[in-house]
Design a protein around this ligand. Structure first.
Ligand SMILES: NC(=O)c1ccc[n+]([C@@H]2O[C@H](COP(=O)([O-])OP(=O)(O)OC[C@H]3O[C@@H](n4cnc5c(N)ncnc54)[C@H](O)[C@@H]3O)[C@@H](O)[C@H]2O)c1
Length: 258
């Protein structure tokens, strides 16, 4: 018996990075999974697994949310868990805003999770103990130059998460977010290949490294598993200490790092 035996989960962004790691981890704990992504090739590993239904779709397509939820119900007969892991990042300075890029980021990072949760709510209410996990970011509570539009999407995703928690707790549904620091995935691989960015990202927390997809999958498993039933509206930082680290001082004290 795995921790998720009998449960059915939707995982978006399942073709790469955190979504893929979460889908694998849930399967390892006995769940059946609807793995969805716009990248068909990245879903190939799940193709022959009869515990997985794959849905290849752009998550912003008009019918995406309904199709994904309908697939879960048609194939597995129930739905217990929704993990919104599909997302995009782009540096977009606010003083030279590429409005089309901003709108696209907003649609993927905020509107799509909202619409998927709304489509999933009847089934999550019906199962009596629905679980929603949104992959937000340390950018849900911090800002950085060039990150403005991304930061706005992640602040809004935090707002969506707590709103879901408050509005649907009475149905036994919990909604939490994971706020990752830098994790080595498709989004960060190009930056990690640049030595200057690599140094920057590795020094953000207190552990002097970036995180792994497995560390995020372990957090997601906790939030949807049997040991977190009283945890809702929570933002779980998995960030190597980034959010608790005091900003670098300009003058060293001699007893600490500069
Ligand atoms: N990697 C990090 O350091 C980091 C840190 C904080 C938050 N995040 C967030 O984590 C989430 C997962 O990102 P990741 O790092 O695993 O990146 P990733 O690129 O490895 O995975 C994201 C997945 O989302 C899919 N996707 C993107 N746009 C889509 C669309 N329109 N329709 C369907 N699928 C789409 C991609 O194809 C990809 O498989 C994102 O929301 C990201 O903002 C990442």
């Amino acid at each position: 018996m795995g921790l998720l035996t009998g449960k059915v989960a939707i995982v978006t962004g399942a073709a790469d990075g955190m979504g893929q790691g979460i889908a694998r981890r849930f399967l390892g704990e006995g769940a059946r999974v609807v793995a969805t992504d716009v990248n068909a090739a990245g879903l190939a590993e799940f193709a022959d697994d009869d515990r997985v239904a794959t849905v290849v779709t752009d998550i912003t397509a008009d019918d995406a949310a309904d199709t994904i939820v309908a697939t879960a119900l048609a194939r597995f007969g129930r739905l217990d868990i929704v993990v919104n892991a599909a997302g995009v990042f782009q540096l977009l300075p606010l003083d030279d805003l590429d409005f089309a890029a901003w709108s696209r980021m907003w649609a993927i990072n905020l509107e799509a999770p909202l619409l998927l949760c709304v489509a999933a709510l009847p089934a999550l209410k019906a199962c009596g103990a629905g679980r929603i996990v949104n992959i937000a970011s340390v950018s849900s509570s911090r800002a950085r130059s060039g990150f403005g539009p991304y930061t706005m999407t992640k602040h809004a995703l935090a707002g969506l998460t707590v709103s879901l928690a408050v509005e649907f707790g009475r149905y036994g549904i919990t909604a939490n977010s994971i706020n990752p620091g830098t994790i080595l995935t498709g989004i960060t691989r190009p930056m990690m290949a640049d030595p200057a960015w690599r140094r920057d990202l590795e020094s953000q927390g207190v552990l002097n490294r970036v995180g792994t997809v497995d560390e995020i999958a372990a957090a997601a498993l906790y939030l949807v598993g049997p040991n977190s039933g009283f945890t809702t509206g929570h933002a779980l930082a998995v960030d190597g200490g980034f959010l608790v680290k005091y900003p670098e001082r300009l003058v060293a004290s001699g007893t600490d790092e500069a």
